[in-house]
Design a protein around this ligand. Structure first.
Ligand SMILES: Cc1cc2nc3c(=O)[nH]c(=O)nc-3n(C[C@H](O)[C@H](O)[C@H](O)COP(=O)(O)OP(=O)(O)OC[C@H]3O[C@@H](n4cnc5c(N)ncnc54)[C@H](O)[C@@H]3O)c2cc1C
Length: 394
C-alpha cells in the first residue's frame, strides 16, 4: 500500500494553496455571499487567472476543457480549493454544474453536447438540477410525481420543485419528471433539459436557508413549471432512465461534496490553531494552553483525518474497481464526513467565542450552509438504513 502523493499532484497542491492564500483568503472580508450575482461577477477575473494557470475544471474530462484528473488526485486538489468558500466556483468545480456536466458527457447527444455541455464546461453558462418536488418526500424520489406528457414532438411539463440549487441565473435546468407513470417505480422518471427562459418556467423565490436567501450560484430556489413545452429531443439518456442517471450523477457527486468538506475542515482547523495560539485568556496564558482546547484539536483532527482517509479509499476504489465495489464506502463517507464537518465547525465556533458567531471568519457561513450536508444527496438516516441492510446481508 502506497500513501505517497504523486509528485506532480504535490506540486499542484502547493501552487493552488499559495494561490488560494494570496488571491482568495485576503479578500474574504469583501465577499458578500448573500449577494451572489454581484459576487459571481467579481470572481470572473479570478476564474480567468485559474484558467491561465492551467487549473480549470480539474474533475472534467480533457475533451471538454477539464484536466481529467483521476478521482484520488481530484480529492487531494479539492482539499486545497475548498479552503475558501468561493474556491469551487473559481476553479470550475462547483455543484450542480460539475455533476450536470458529467451527466451530459456520459449521456448527452451531439447536439446537447454542443448546446449545453461545451459552454457549461467552459464556465460561460451555469445550470441547475431539479429533482426534489415540493410536495413529495425528497428522500424517496420514486414518489416524485411531476408529469412530463408527450404532445406532438414535445414534452409538456408541470412541476413545483424546491431546493433547486443555483437556479437563479442558470441557463438550463435538468428536470426530473414522470414520463412513464405506469412503469415500475424506478423506471417512471426521466431527465429532461429545460432552458430556464422557456415560457411557463418561473422562480417563486430564493429560499431563505438559515436566514440567507443568497443569490446567483449561491442560492437555492423554489421553482414552478406550468405547461412548459420542450422538444422530446431534450431528454437526457433513455426515457424512464432518470433514476439510473441520477445514480450515475450522485455517486461521484457525493465524493465531490465529501472532498469539499475536507477542505472546509482543513481551513477550520487552521483557524482554530491560529486563534488558540493568539488569544490570551489570562496574563501569559493563551487558549492553546488549556486542556480542553488541546482535547478539541486532538479529537477534531483525528476525526477529520479518519474521514479523509475513508474518502480517499472510496475514491481509489471507484477509480480502480468501479463504483459498485465502493458503494458501501460511499454511503459511509456521505454521512460520516458530513457529521465530522459539522462537529469541526461547531467546535471552531466555540473556540472562537463571539468571533465565531460573526462573518469575520468563514466558519459561521459554513456552519449555516453545510448543515444541509446531512440532508441533501440522501439524508444520514437513508444512507445508514441502506448501508446497514447491505452489511447485515453480506
Ligand atoms: C441546501 C439544500 C440544497 C439542495 N439542493 C438540491 C438540488 O439542487 N436539487 C434537488 O433536486 N434537490 C436539492 N435538495 C433537496 C434534497 O435533495 C432533499 O431535501 C433531500 O432529498 C431530503 O428530502 P426532503 O427535504 O423532502 O426530506 P424528507 O424526505 O421529508 O425527509 C425528512 C427527514 O426524514 C428522515 N427520513 C427520511 N427517510 C427516512 C427513512 N426511510 N427512515 C428514517 N428516516 C427517514 C431524514 O432525517 C430526513 O432528513 C437540496 C436540499 C438542501 C437542504
Amino acid at each position: 500500500m502506497d500513501f505517497a502523493i504523486p509528485e506532480h499532484i504535490q506540486k499542484m497542491r502547493a501552487d493552488i494553496r499559495a494561490f488560494v492564500d494570496a488571491e482568495l483568503i485576503p479578500r474574504e472580508a469583501d465577499f458578500d455571499l448573500n449577494d451572489g450575482r454581484a459576487l459571481e461577477a467579481s470572481l470572473q477575473a479570478v476564474r480567468a487567472q485559474v484558467k491561465a494557470n492551467g487549473w480549470w475544471a480539474p474533475g472534467l474530462p480533457k475533451d471538454v476543457g477539464g484536466l481529467g484528473l483521476p478521482l484520488t488526485d481530484l480529492a487531494l486538489i479539492s482539499e486545497e480549493v475548498a479552503r475558501s468558500p468561493v474556491g469551487y466556483f473559481c476553479f470550475g468545480m462547483q455543484a450542480p454544474d460539475m455533476g450536470n456536466a458529467e451527466l451530459l458527457h456520459m449521456f448527452g447527444t451531439d447536439e446537447q453536447i454542443e448546446t449545453w455541455l461545451k459552454p457549461l464546461a467552459a464556465g460561460d453558462i451555469r445550470s441547475c438540477f431539479g429533482m426534489t418536488d415540493k410536495g413529495t418526500a425528497g428522500s424517496n424520489p420514486t414518489l416524485l410525481n411531476a408529469p412530463a406528457v408527450k404532445d406532438g414532438d414535445d414534452y409538456v411539463i408541470n412541476a413545483h420543485k424546491w431546493f433547486t440549487s443555483s437556479y437563479d441565473g442558470a441557463a438550463f435546468c435538468i428536470v426530473m419528471a414522470v414520463t412513464n407513470p405506469d412503469a415500475e417505480p424506478h423506471s417512471r422518471a426521466s431527465m429532461i433539459i429545460v432552458p430556464t427562459d422557456t415560457p411557463g418556467f418561473e422562480m417563486v423565490r430564493n429560499i431563505p436557508v438559515m436566514g440567507e436567501s443568497g443569490g446567483g450560484w449561491f442560492s437555492h430556489s423554489e421553482i414552478k413549471l406550468t405547461d412548459v413545452r420542450v422538444p422530446q429531443t431534450n431528454i437526457l439518456g433513455e426515457e424512464g432512465a432518470g433514476f439510473l442517471l441520477a445514480q450515475k450523477r450522485l455517486g461521484p457527486g457525493r465524493i465531490h461534496h465529501c472532498q469539499r468538506w475536507m477542505g472546509i475542515c482543513n481551513r477550520a482547523l487552521e483557524l482554530m490553531k491560529q486563534r488558540a495560539n493568539e488569544r490570551e485568556i489570562k496574563p501569559g496564558e493563551v487558549l492553546a494552553d488549556t486542556q480542553i482546547v488541546r482535547q478539541w484539536m486532538a479529537e477534531c483532527t483525528t476525526e477529520y483525518m479518519a474521514a479523509r482517509g475513508l474518502i480517499l479509499q472510496a475514491a481509489w476504489t471507484i477509480e480502480q474497481r468501479g463504483f459498485a465495489e465502493a458503494r458501501d464506502m460511499v454511503s459511509m463517507i456521505k454521512f460520516h464526513a458530513a457529521n465530522v464537518t459539522q462537529k469541526v465547525l461547531d467546535t471552531a465556533i466555540q473556540l472562537h467565542g463571539g468571533l465565531g458567531m460573526t462573518d469575520d471568519t468563514p466558519i459561521a457561513y459554513w456552519w449555516r450552509h453545510e448543515r444541509a450536508a446531512r440532508i441533501f444527496d440522501g439524508p444520514d438516516e437513508v444512507h445508514k438504513l441502506s448501508l446497514g441492510k447491505r452489511l447485515l446481508r453480506q
